[in-house]
Ligand binder design. Structure first.
Ligand SMILES: CC(C)(COP(=O)(O)OP(=O)(O)OC[C@H]1O[C@@H](n2cnc3c(N)ncnc32)[C@H](O)[C@@H]1OP(=O)(O)O)[C@@H](O)C(=O)NCCC(=O)NCCS
Length: 334
């Protein structure tokens, strides 16, 4: 056995979110258009989900294209060049190739040189998973700047004739650059999974079923009520733990940016958390629908751009979804 010591990487003391950039496809899809294919109404969709419209990407617009649009903004705003990005993490469940990853194409087309690149499959929690990993990578010394992108083209995987999902999902991308910081700016991540509810949100069939059993293209299915109850009852305690882990109380927050799953879920969490009224809450779902991994960074960008929250404020993020999986952390906004 060799007694020669090996060197290990040394990272920054702390990491922070340096910038945020979003991309919303141009096509606005109204509830009326959704109701052309399902037995529903604009009123029902607004009352049950809070959604008034959502965006759909163009047929030839890919997850990779949308990632690049959001990432370009985030990298420029961070004041770094693409070659300074050491790793690209794309959180997505709608990149339509099993392999290679969307991230490798994004890293290449963005001009990072040869940044490390991989996708994360954690559905609507994917962005918060990515933030957690990027935080550890910057502090661990495996990359100085990490680009974290949440991006979905859910319109490709949603059955527009399925009453339980057709109205809920939308398309879009949001990106952040995470880099070194002198001050603590990303709190501990509270995360986990409950695989006993693996079937609660899932593709209808596997690619093997498509190949061997001639089944239709495997769209997403969702047990809406089950997911709703889980989110309302199980996620508020996770959010509370993230606050405690960061050593702050809810009245010290400048924003609450939960995954935009359903406006009723957001409102129920606000109530359970006893969030003070002065804390602005992301309600981007009204015009974006549920964009899964993209929903938190998109909502973050909108809140900062609209002046609803000041840059540098403290925000509580929480993502949750298929798996089931979840992740929450307090961050200082870019
Ligand atoms: C999908 C969701 C909006 C449905 O709302 P809900 O209140 O749970 O609706 P239910 O499934 O209990 O159905 C209630 C009634 O509406 C009807 N309904 C269901 N879908 C409908 C639709 N699209 N339009 C009109 N009526 C509908 C049902 O048939 C049922 O009618 P009934 O009372 O006569 O039997 C809600 O369950 C939800 O948001 N779940 C979580 C989804 C989510 O967050 N997914 C992403 C996870 S990250």
């Amino acid at each position: 056995m060799s007694a020669v010591p090996i060197r290990t990487a040394v990272g920054a003391k702390y990491a922070r979110i340096m910038s945020v950039g979003g991309y919303r496809p141009s096509r606005i899809v109204t509830n009326e258009e959704i109701c052309e294919r399902i037995d529903s109404s604009d009123q029902w969709i607004r009352e049950r989900s809070g959604i008034e419209s959502r965006r759909w990407a163009a047929p030839d617009e890919s997850v990779i294209d949308m990632c690049l649009a959001a990432a370009g903004k985030a990298v420029a705003q961070a004041g770094i060049t693409p070659t300074q990005v050491g790793a690209v993490i794309v959180a997505t469940v709608t990149h339509p190739l099993q392999t290679p990853s969307a991230a490798a194409a994004v890293a290449h087309r963005l001009g990072t040189g040869n940044a490390a690149a991989f996708d994360v499959s954690a559905a609507c929690a994917g962005f918060c998973y990515g933030v957690s990993m990027a935080n550890d990578m910057v502090r661990g010394g495996s990359a100085e700047h990490v680009l974290v992108i949440g991006c979905e083209k859910l319109s490709d995987f949603t059955d527009s004739y399925d009453r339980s999902t057709a109205f809920i999902f939308g398309d879009g991308a949001g990106a952040v650059v995470i880099g070194p910081s002198d001050e603590p700016a990303i709190g501990p991540t509270i995360w986990g999974s409950d695989g006993s509810e693996y079937e609660a949100i899932t593709q209808r069939a596997s690619w093997i079923d498509v190949r061997d059993h001639n089944v239709d293209f495997p769209m997403l299915t969702m047990q809406g009520q089950k997911v709703f109850r889980w989110a309302v009852w199980q996620m508020a305690p996770v959010a509370t733990q993230a606050l405690e882990a960061a050593g702050i109380t809810s009245d010290q927050l400048d924003a609450f940016i939960p995954h935009q799953a359903n406006l009723r879920i957001v409102d129920a969490m606000v109530k359970t958390l006893k969030l003070p009224e002065h804390v602005p809450v992301a309600r981007d779902i009204v015009e974006a629908g549920n964009t899964s991994a993209a929903s938190i960074p998109l909502a973050m960008e909108r809140m900062i751009e609209s002046g609803e929250v000041k840059s540098g404020g403290l925000a509580l993020l929480i993502g949750f979804g298929a798996g089931l999986v979840f992740a929450a952390q307090v961050v200082r906004l870019p």
